[in-house]
Design a protein around this ligand. Structure first.
Ligand SMILES: Nc1nc2c(ncn2[C@@H]2O[C@H](COP(=O)(O)OP(=O)(O)OP(=O)(O)O)[C@@H](O)[C@H]2O)c(=O)[nH]1
Ligand SMILES: [Mg+2]
Length: 282
């Protein structure tokens, strides 16, 4: 049995930074994890890259040769990954052992490819489109390879200053949850930037009624029914719950990791958890 985190979330929400902090934390704890880069557009890494989608396909090449823009290019790369699950991914995964723990640093779900919730003028626009459907097959492949997978969805805490952005972030998370059908942990990233912790606490487990009234305040009256439906949806899936993450604090990283480990039943066998330096085990 292998273990895996699929780290997703809006562009710039802190996924790669989370991966590198997690790597450092685990190193301190003498625990081995392997970080995989699934972002064909990534350039610099603060963590050792165990597997790299750029060895399979490069975004620059795709954009140049096919004349695609960054969004179309990204979609193309992800679809190419999907087509190469049986050879490239399988070969790469063969390098890992049964109890290995992989963390997949995914490309950002671009807001414009996802749910965009625009308040400009008097219209509201919701677009349903992201590369989450591509990840579905990716996940199925990991499951077939005997991996326990957890989705780790990061939302930037700065989104909480605006209820419409928050709802849009929730919708993207919900969309991933419904499509991927996996254990799911929502994380509120960049907590070090939050000055008013009190305000954030209201959002960690928000009252649906409060959210609705905030949303109604921000939207023109004709959106009342839509707002109500959105809040009900989010509430029904009881997914509006976020674990705050402050990367400056080891305790915060440890807590988040323990939540995720719980979801994928990692560490139930204590031997798995810590790198064993006992020579008898060689
Ligand atoms: N203050 C602060 N900044 C952060 C934190 N995490 C990420 N950032 C900053 O936010 C920006 C985006 O971080 P990334 O880790 O690259 O975000 P990402 O989700 O991997 O971005 P994409 O891969 O482009 O979708 C960078 O400038 C980071 O330095 C954090 O915990 N605190
Ligand atoms: Mg990244």
């Amino acid at each position: 049995m292998g273990y895996a985190q699929l780290v997703i979330g809006p562009a710039g929400s802190g996924k790669s930074t989370y991966c590198s902090s997690l790597f450092q934390h685990c190193e301190t704890m003498r625990r081995t994890i392997h970080i995989v880069n699934l972002d064909p557009a990534a350039e610099n890494f603060d963590y050792p890259v165990a597997m790299d989608i750029r060895e399979l396909i490069s975004l620059d090449d795709v954009m140049e040769e096919l004349g695609l823009g960054p969004n179309g290019g990204l979609m193309y790369c992800m679809e190419h990954l999907e087509e190469n699950l049986d050879d490239w991914l399988t070969e790469e995964l063969d390098n890992y052992l049964d109890d290995d723990y992989l963390v997949f640093d995914c490309p950002g779900i671009l807001p414009q490819l996802c749910y965009s919730f625009s308040l400009k003028g008097n219209y509201c626009q919701i677009e349903l489109f992201s590369h989450v459907p591509v990840l579905k097959n990716f996940v199925e492949h990991l499951k077939r390879k005997n991996f326990n997978v957890c989705v780790v969805y990061l939302l930037d805490s700065q989104f909480l200053t605006d209820v419409t952005k928050f709802i849009s972030g929730c919708m993207a998370s919900l969309s991933a949850m419904v499509q991927l059908e996996l254990p799911h942990v929502n994380i509120l990233s960049k907590m070090d930037l939050v000055t008013n912790k009190r305000e954030i606490e209201d959002y960690l487990n928000p009252e649906p009624r409060v959210l609705l009234s905030e949303l109604n305040k921000r939207m023109a009256p004709q959106f009342g029914k839509l707002n109500k439906a959105l809040i009900e949806l989010v509430d029904q899936y009881s997914m509006v719950s976020f674990v705050p993450l402050d990367l400056r604090k080891e305790s915060s990283i440890r807590y988040v990791l323990s939540q995720i480990d719980n979801c994928i039943q990692y560490g139930e066998d204590a031997d798995v958890k810590v790198k064993d330096f006992d020579p008898e085990d060689d």
